[in-house]
Design a protein around this ligand. Sequence first.
Ligand SMILES: Cc1cc2nc3c(=O)[nH]c(=O)nc-3n(C[C@H](O)[C@H](O)[C@H](O)COP(=O)(O)O)c2cc1C
Length: 168
Amino acid sequence: MNLNALRNMSYGMYIVSSGKDGLGNGQIANTVFQITSDPTVIGVSINKQNLTHEFIEKSKGFSLSILNTDADFKFIGNFGFKSGRDIDKFQNINVKHTSLDIPVVLDNTCAWIECKVINSVDCGTHTLFLGELTDCDVLNESEPMTYSYYHKVVKGKSPKTAPTFINN
Ligand SMILES: Cc1cc2nc3c(=O)[nH]c(=O)nc-3n(C[C@H](O)[C@H](O)[C@H](O)COP(=O)(O)O)c2cc1C
């Protein structure tokens, strides 16, 4: 079996955020996809160890901030290799709050989407949260970053907590 086959699957790059009662956190996720259009339902796969997982379970909501190609490794590393349990990831970052009080990142992003959780699937290490679209907006015309661009151009890696981690 050649696990490199999995490297040929395509994804985007997102900050999945959640929060409640004035507290908020965000993490990098590539395993994000639209499932239906009417109503619009979006799936996100979130590691059970992540603080973001805890916030999504508690608040029953999440946002996606769609990264653009200006996001460098330092910016992505802040959200993808550190936990909000140890640092305030939104310090010195431009953030706005949606009507459901969920943070949305305005730096290095081109659009945002807000969802309320309508279902979830226990997938072992991860939970697949299914969210129905509640609000969204385009911020600018910049180019969305793909997972492939992150590996090939930003020269970044994925940690063990990512659903697409491959150990080689
Ligand atoms: C490129 C990349 C892709 C990632 N994709 C996911 C993902 O789809 N789901 C996930 O749970 N974690 C993913 N991660 C890992 C989380 O971003 C990471 O575990 C983060 O530190 C969790 O932060 P938190 O504890 O503050 O929620 C990814 C990380 C990177 C760098």
